[in-house]
Design a protein around this ligand. Structure first.
Ligand code: ATP
Length: 268
């Protein structure tokens, strides 16, 4: 039986400062209990899409100007972040995700007292420590001194303490060693398998995201330009060459191919 969508984004348009169209006509779907990847290079519009879903556009004087964001059948367009969070949508943003001057324990405590999103992943502190033992070891350390990977674990734990039904994670892999990225992806997969939590991972690291996602969307210049199952994306010649850095022609990375590929369109 086909899974029901928990999140359905249809023809979304987002405009910054009434002038810059950052997202145009984007449609994507996150079925319940699924991990979905949203991929693309810098400036493609991935973070803007996540900010629109979680209600954080106002900070940057941006707004949803067209399309719909539907979560569990309810339209969320331009609602406030705290309202969206209570409905069960949690975002781990790319930046400013933890309180750097507070200890690990204080960061987690701040989230224990917040409103809950009604999801099944209603973890308590013991469960967080079991899931990420290093956070227990570092509980009295100031969060600003954590390593990059430990910061991500703390940010994920803070989001999970809000009991989300949908977890959205922006660039978890940024600046981390491959082995740390692998560990974090494994933790997301375990969460999804054990609790049924729906997860939307936004990544430039397509290989990492597709290793756990069942379906992926590729964004470019504010549009979704390609989508398919992870197997389809991992085996698609252009995706391999442009986003995975693998090619039979010997092209090794996005940097190598961008000069001649940048203007190419998937539907070309
Ligand atoms: P990255 O991986 O670098 O974060 P992204 O795919 O998440 O890239 P966005 O950050 O969503 O892309 O940016 C999409 C477009 O919106 C870009 O052209 C960017 O310059 C523009 N943009 C983002 N934030 C703002 C802002 N606060 N004001 C104006 N334009 C913005």
């Amino acid at each position: 039986m086909e899974k029901k969508p928990i999140l359905e984004v249809t023809k979304l348009e987002v405009v910054y400062q009434s002038a810059i169209v950052a997202v145009q006509g984007v449609s994507l779907s996150v079925p319940e209990n699924s991990i979905i990847a949203l991929l693309g290079v810098n400036g493609a519009g991935k973070s803007t899409t996540l900010r629109a879903i979680s209600g954080f556009l106002g900070i940057d004087d941006a707004e949803v100007t067209d399309g719909t964001i539907e979560f569990e059948g309810e339209i969320l367009n331009n609602k406030k972040p705290h309202v969206i969070s209570r409905k069960g949508v949690a975002l781990v943003p790319e930046r400013e995700k933890i309180f750097v001057t507070l200890t690990v324990r204080e960061n987690l405590a701040a989230c224990l007292s917040t409103q809950k999103g009604g999801g099944k992943t209603n973890l308590n502190l013991d469960m967080v420590h079991e899931f990420f033992p290093v956070l227990h070891e570092r509980r009295n350390q100031v969060a600003g001194y954590l390593s990059g990977g430990e910061r991500q674990m703390l940010a994920l734990s803070m989001a999970l303490l809000c009991a989300p039904k949908l977890l959205m994670v922006d660039e978890l892999s940024l600046g981390l060693a491959p082995i740390v990225v692998e560990h974090l992806m494994e933790r997301l997969l375990t969460l999804n398998k054990e609790t049924g939590l729906a997860i939307l991972v936004v990544e430039q690291n397509a290989a990492a995201a597709l290793s756990i996602a069942e379906f992926g969307y590729i964004m470019e210049n504010g549009h979704v330009v390609f989508s398919g199952t992870s197997d389809k994306l991992l085996n698609h010649e252009d995706v391999k060459e442009f986003y995975l850095g693998l090619s039979e022609k010997g092209v090794k990375s996005y940097r190598d191919v961008k000069q001649y590929r940048r203007t190419r369109r998937w539907w070309g």
